[in-house]
Write a protein that binds this ligand. Structure first.
Ligand code: PLP
Length: 417
């Protein structure tokens, strides 16, 4: 009865696979799994339940997932050099909710990165924080807009005494000043949460700031942006036992029940990949971002934060208002298989969110597919051809991408010729 509908579903999945394999995928929050990590998804685990911790479950038949989950925790602790890992959140937002629900009480003052300053929606009044308190203050920023102003933030923190500060953001070109602000945080006794959803793979590769060593009590993250794993969330910490137990309860039963077991085996394989290749991968991701930024500038684009070397992460921000704004530009590029997203730039009014001035570009996925500086030059040229010189570049993009079909920094065998 539904056979044609089912065939259509299968066809859409095939089309998606083929299409995105022939795109320049530059969305800063996405990533691809290695072939070996992907091959352990879709198993019987996608049917099963395992509430609780390995060895202490509320269900029978969990021995195999217990072994996998215990190893995920063990090797993540090794990778990040920390005491505790909570792997049950099923996304970065879910990890944030688990922590925020334990830390933030009604009426509490919380300090976060604003939306135009790059902050994530879950940190804002409209998101997870706003469900707990309406007293949300934002970090004062420096003139360029891409950095927290340390001096003014210290003054504001002393005057307002937030109970929780949340570092980290979605437009994240430069590290946040966790170490610089930690003495004030300690003096006023506030909790320090660092949302490393975007930069977890760079932290794992030791090429970005190390928030737990700089004073953060909690490092929350997604496992699928610069960390090249399946879509899940993570909480890492060095807290003492009792403090950690409340976070643990925030994850379960506070914010989840079953935790999508099917994606734990690929998370374990990705963790091994990061232990083996994380440093090399993270270095190349950042080198590619810096190179792409300079190459786009040579094409005449208004690349942001030039005076600070453009970026120290996987991201590049470009003001494309001259070409119709972020919405028009990202749509036109998508027609040419160049996939990136529009983004507000610092100091834009929130009313610009439908067509902001900027686009955000991430190099992590194409780096994992083996691209280096020479390919960043080629990408900048293709974007210039499309936006500045009005050319259609679809065929060139497909041809270029056809040569990059193997996931690097992994244990995948080289593709057969
Ligand atoms: C800073 C930050 N935190 C949290 C999230 C949410 O992560 P997830 O999509 O895994 O829920 C994002 C998403 O992009 C993010 O940028």
């Amino acid at each position: 009865m539904f056979s044609s509908h089912i065939a259509r579903v299968e066809e859409l999945v095939r089309e998606q696979n083929d299409w995105r394999d022939h795109c320049l995928n530059l969305i800063a929050s996405e990533q691809v799994l290695s072939r070996r990590a992907r091959s352990v998804m879709g198993s019987d685990f996608c049917h099963r339940y395992a509430e609780g911790h390995p060895g202490e479950r509320y269900y029978q038949g969990t021995e195999k997932i217990d072994a996998i989950e215990a190893d995920v925790k063990r090797y993540l602790k090794k990778l990040f050099g920390c005491l505790h890992t909570e792997v049950r959140p099923i996304s970065g937002t879910n990890a944030n909710e688990a922590v925020f629900s334990r830390y933030i009480k009604p009426g509490d003052i919380v300090m976060v990165n604003s939306t135009p300053g790059g902050g994530h929606i879950s940190h804002q009044k409209a998101g997870a924080v706003g469900k707990l308190t309406r007293n949300v203050l934002t970090f004062p920023r420096t003139k360029d807009g891409y950095h927290i102003d340390v001096g003014r933030t210290k003054d504001l923190m002393r005057a307002t005494k937030p109970t929780t500060v949340i570092f980290g953001k979605s437009l994240f070109l430069f590290p946040d000043p966790v170490a610089e602000l930690f003495d004030v945080c300690e003096k006023i006794g506030c909790r320090v949460v660092y949302d490393g959803a975007h930069v977890l793979g760079l932290i794992a590769g030791k090429q970005f700031q190390d928030p737990l060593r700089e004073g953060a009590h909690i490092l929350n993250a997604s496992t699928h942006k610069t960390f090249p794993g399946p879509q899940r969330g993570l909480i890492l910490s060095n807290l003492g036992g009792d403090d950690w137990r409340q976070i643990d309860k925030g994850a379960f039963p506070g914010s989840s029940s079953n935790h999508h077991l099917d994606t734990l085996p690929p998370l374990l394989i990705t963790t091994f990949e990061m232990l083996a290749f994380g440093e090399e991968y993270a270095k190349q991701v950042i080198a590619n971002a810096q190179h792409l930024a300079a190459a786009l500038e040579k094409q005449g684009f208004d690349v942001q934060a030039k005076e600070f070397g453009y970026t120290k992460s996987h991201q590049v921000a470009v003001d494309v208002s001259r070409y119709g704004g972020g919405s028009a530009v990202s749509s036109l590029l998508k027609e040419n298989n160049i996939i990136l997203n529009m983004n507000m730039l610092p100091f834009e009014p929130i009313s610009h969110h439908d067509n902001p001035a900027g686009v955000r570009i991430g190099t992590q996925e194409m780096t994992r597919m083996g691209m280096k500086q020479a390919e960043m030059d080629q990408i900048a040229l293709l974007i210039g051809d499309c936006l500045v010189r009005g050319k259609r570049v679809l065929d060139e993009v497909k041809k270029m991408r056809a040569n990059f079909q193997t996931v690097h920094y992994s244990f995948d065998a080289p593709a057969k010729k």
